[in-house]
Write a protein that binds this ligand. Sequence first.
Ligand SMILES: [Zn+2]
Length: 369
Amino acid sequence: MPVGTQATVKALSPEDLLYSKAQIILANTYHLYLRPGDSLIKDLTGLHRFMNWDGPILTDSGGFQVFSLGKQIEGKQKLGLLERTPTKVMSKITDDGVEFSSYLDGSKHFFTPEKAIEIQRNLNSDIVMAFDECTPDTATETYTREALNRTHAWAKRCKDYWEQHERLSNLGQYQALCGIVQGAMHRNLREESAHAIVGMGFDGVAVGGETIGYNMQGTLEIMDWIRPLLPEDKPRYAMGLGRDPQDILDAVRAGFDMFDCVAPTRLARNGALYSGVLDHLDQPNPADWTFASEFSKGRLQIGNARWARDTGTIQEDCDCWTCTQGFSRAYLRHLYLTKELLYYRLASIHNVRFMIRLTEHLQTATLSS
Ligand SMILES: [Zn+2]
């Protein structure tokens, strides 16, 4: 899922996304709640109409940002970038919910599980996520357990609230609900969490936490622990995973189906363009599948002087719009170095399509393996 934090996948039009064969995109509840506001989006008949995207949209619960953006507020406070100074900078967690300060202006807000679902009902997304507490990996086991108990109680409250409202958005559209497995790097807690979340009967099961997609070794360990506990007939979503092509390959081999990451568009803007190919997909054992690239982490650095006179496209066999139109590495390098706006679009189109094409190939291989 390409990530559209502010109801837009940065630098891409909905047409670019369709051409890239994006089947679904992600939008951030926390950001849209703060600006322009979920009630405004509801009044304008929902997120799809608002952003002119007819395809499916998944919204996160806002939990991750509520817990992780506290630090950014501190930084902005030091730089004097906030109009109002929040008295309490970090989020305050109780069993009922989380009080946090807006990273925009320091204003106070309170999220409960019911509130997180209600905001997503206003946004009218197709898949909504349960509100969870995302604990840092450095948290003690005692604290992680406390947080996990809250996450499970909140998941139940989200589900109850969703069922009370007949699983419909405030615009009358069906919304699927996914629960999130937490538990940091503690095997016993991850297994307990998988049991609890699967037992509640959500439409899909997600795995979340600081490690997922960030520390791939840890991510694969967690996936290995919980994989036997997950239902075969429901989607498995690894939240925030998909920075490197190898990460997607590893996660698919570990039995996961859905991913989102800001990296493809962010890396594109920073001059890193994906390049490389999947190989041995005809082998029946997924362990034999590989991703190979002549570049470190599968990223070509377009600003490099070696491309100054290179008339080839980013990747010869790539079917993205940028490559099929014949934009050369030399031209892209020039646009990148001069910070021309067209660069951001052309580069983002390539990286987004590259990742989607990778998942298409893995889907075909998985279905025939
Ligand atoms: Zn391309």
